[in-house]
Design a protein around this ligand. Structure first.
Ligand code: HEC
Ligand code: HEC
Ligand code: HEC
Ligand code: HEC
Ligand code: HEC
Length: 481
């Protein structure tokens, strides 16, 4: 039986209440959410294989990233300021989880809280360094092995499937007692460690282990980035033409966003001192849309800039406006949002929290505002009428709720599918001046969470979340051109 129930905490994150649903779980039992059919499995996705469990590793069995960085300097620098490196240090994650831990009552609930750490601090989880008490989250013993780091990903030998973290970490030695690092090459030779080819590492299923999160009590999808990709057009079924997660997220460099709508050029060179010259060396920034988290950590400035570049190269807007209307009549304009660059839905991941919205302004010839949708008020909150592209979840009565104590189903999902689009319409009344024409400005904006949520979580120490403009368009309707 699968026991991960991140839903509970994510919902607590949103509601700030303990989950109503008490459950007893066995933290030692883990299993994938699902398994790909045989013909589309990477060679080392092995159904029913034993996955790694708490207690399987001691902290020192996985090596320090700084050690790897001694030879793999570029890769180390790319990873260091990123979201993976800081997945446990993430203050938003910490606040949410500590709150969860402080509010749960029963021993069963506390054990349940262990589930969060499996993806956010895999070594903390497998070594039992980070378990169920609040203090665990402040431990420093993991040093920079606290998040998702080199030796974790490269000691993954196989996976048992997709979703809810079904990884098998294996410390194995090659000749001369050199520990094996699994990677994408079958001809890599390192003076320091053994190497072995892993098909999994070259495919989306590597990322899909963690980037596919399901509520295990009732199967409500919470984060389905891998599934969205798998069912979308970037997965052609043919490895020669498929665009894997790695093809977008591990080809990005500063100034090279590497999205579905931009070039994804090779990055030729060597991956580590003394290594072979390669046509392409996979980069390790692993940048998404988060401009908040990297800004808090040393070396993160570049990742912030790269997240902006990613967000600014994945959507386009098209405005359609009717001919000049009669005075005092209503006019309706359409704004189409195209997902041209994301390999999954836009937005993806924690899409019940992320905010992506349209701001649309219509002005008459005198510059007076006829319509303004998607305004942000002085406190940073969005106008309730704003057209947001997100997921809303519902309880068993069908009411929209963030309380996933009993998440029952997805109420609505109006995000934009990969290579797909959505069209929103906006109506307004045309005053006397409207007969001379009007102008339309539309912008697509992104924020990692509602401002009010951060204000609630951080209290006095709250900070304004950045808002990124992803795309914009303008149009004018005039009496005479
Ligand atoms: C199966 C893997 C997995 C598990 C288990 C998991 N998460 Fe996550 N979590 C993720 C991934 C992947 C992301 C990044 C998604 C994105 O950026 O949209 C994430 C992102 C988050 C974020 C957003 C962080 C930010 O700064 O924006 C929070 C908060 C969070 N998780 C809380 C939790 C809590 C609390 C639990 C335990 C109840 C949990 N997660 C369990 C995989 C997991
Ligand atoms: C003494 C230098 C050195 C150190 C230290 C080092 N590596 Fe390497 N590593 C290399 C070289 C050289 C290669 C071969 C590169 C090539 O030929 O493309 C390599 C290759 C790799 C590969 C590719 C394997 C494959 O088959 O695809 C991975 C993964 C890897 N290293 C991970 C690590 C990790 C993780 C650490 C830290 C625990 C580390 N390395 C430490 C030098 C080093
Ligand atoms: C989230 C998991 C993850 C983390 C963390 C990670 N890697 Fe990797 N790494 C990968 C994957 C996946 C590939 C192969 C991509 C492909 O072939 O599509 C890879 C490729 C490599 C390669 C071979 C590159 C090439 O093109 O030949 C080296 C060397 C390497 N990683 C070293 C490191 C080092 C050093 C760190 C830490 C600073 C690190 N990795 C952190 C997942 C990870
Ligand atoms: C061990 C689990 C794990 C694996 C494997 C993993 N990730 Fe992640 N990833 C996470 C978690 C957890 C977060 C969120 C951390 C946070 O926000 O605190 C994350 C964050 C990210 C982000 C940043 C999201 C944002 O909002 O900016 C990207 C992009 C990403 N991962 C891509 C990948 C890719 C590509 C792979 C495969 C090569 C991969 N990940 C493999 C767990 C994992
Ligand atoms: C065709 C290119 C492409 C592919 C393929 C792709 N992505 Fe992305 N990804 C993007 C772009 C562009 C963004 C920024 C827009 C956004 O946030 O959705 C992004 C954002 C993300 C985010 C951050 C979402 C958020 O806003 O919190 C995560 C996490 C992520 N990708 C993971 C993955 C994983 C895992 C895969 C494979 C299953 C994958 N991506 C495949 C282009 C791609």
């Amino acid at each position: 039986m699968n026991t991960i129930s991140n839903a509970l905490a994510i919902f607590c994150f949103l509601l700030m209440v303990p989950p109503a649903l008490a459950q007893t779980v066995d933290p030692e039992s883990w299993s994938p959410t699902w398994i790909n059919p045989a013909w589309e499995r990477p060679a080392n996705m092995i159904p029913d294989s034993a996955i790694s469990l708490p207690g399987d590793l001691t902290v020192d069995q996985l090596e320090q990233p700084t050690l790897c960085g001694g030879c793999h300097n570029d890769i180390f620098e790319q990873w260091e300021g990123g979201v993976h490196a800081n997945a446990l240090n993430d203050p938003i994650f910490q606040k949410v989880t500590k709150l969860f831990l402080s509010e749960v009552g029963t021993e069963g609930d506390r054990e349940d809280a262990r589930s969060c750490v499996r993806c956010h601090t895999p070594l903390g989880h497998l070594s039992r360094a980070v378990e169920t008490t609040e203090a665990d989250y402040d431990r420093v013993t993991l040093e920079n092995r606290s998040g998702i780091f080199c030796d974790f990903c490269h000691s993954v030998k196989s996976s048992a499937g997709v979703g809810n973290a079904p990884f098998t970490v294996s410390i194995e030695e090659a000749a001369e007692a050199k520990k094996i690092k699994w990677g994408p090459r079958n001809d890599a030779v390192s003076p320091y460690h053994g190497t072995a080819f892993s098909d999994l590492h070259t495919k989306s299923e590597m990322c899909g282990m963690c980037h596919d999160v399901t509520h295990t009590l009732n199967g409500t999808p919470l984060e389905r980035t891998y599934t969205e990709w798998r069912e979308g057009p970037y997965n052609t079924g043919d490895p020669a033409t498929t665009v894997y997660c790695e093809d977008c997220h591990m080809r990005q460099l500063p100034g090279v966003p590497a999205t579905g709508s931009t070039e994804r050029p090779d990055n030729p060179g060597i991956s580590g001192s003394g290594g072979k010259e390669r046509e392409h060396v996979y980069t390790h920034y692993h940048v998404g849309g988060n401009t908040v988290l990297p800004a808090l950590f040393e070396g993160g400035e570049q990742n912030v800039q790269m997240a902006k570049e990613r967000l600014q190269n994945c959507a386009t807007l098209e405005i359609t406006a009717p001919p000049l209307p009669l005075i005092w009549q209503g006019a309706t304009i359409h704004v189409k949002v195209n997902n041209v660059g994301a390999g999954h839905y836009l937005p993806t991941g924690l899409s019940e929290v992320r905010e992506m919205w349209l701001e649309v302004k219509v002005k008459d010839v005198l510059g007076r505002i006829l319509l303004h949708s998607g305004k942000v008020d002085a406190n940073g909150n969005l106008d309730p009428q704003t057209r947001l592209f997100n997921i809303q979840l519902a309880d068993s009565q069908g009411n929209h709720t963030f309380n996933v104590a009993m998440p029952d189903h997805v109420l609505s999902d109006n995000r934009i599918p990969p290579k797909g689009s959505r069209t929103e319409q906006f109506s307004f009344l045309v005053p006397l001046t409207g007969i001379l024409g009007y102008t339309i400005e539309a912008a697509l904006r992104y924020r990692s969470a509602p401002q009010s949520l951060i204000d609630d979580l951080f209290g006095e120490e709250t900070f304004p979340l950045p808002i990124i403009e992803m795309a914009s368009a303008e149009a004018a309707v005039k009496l005479v051109d």
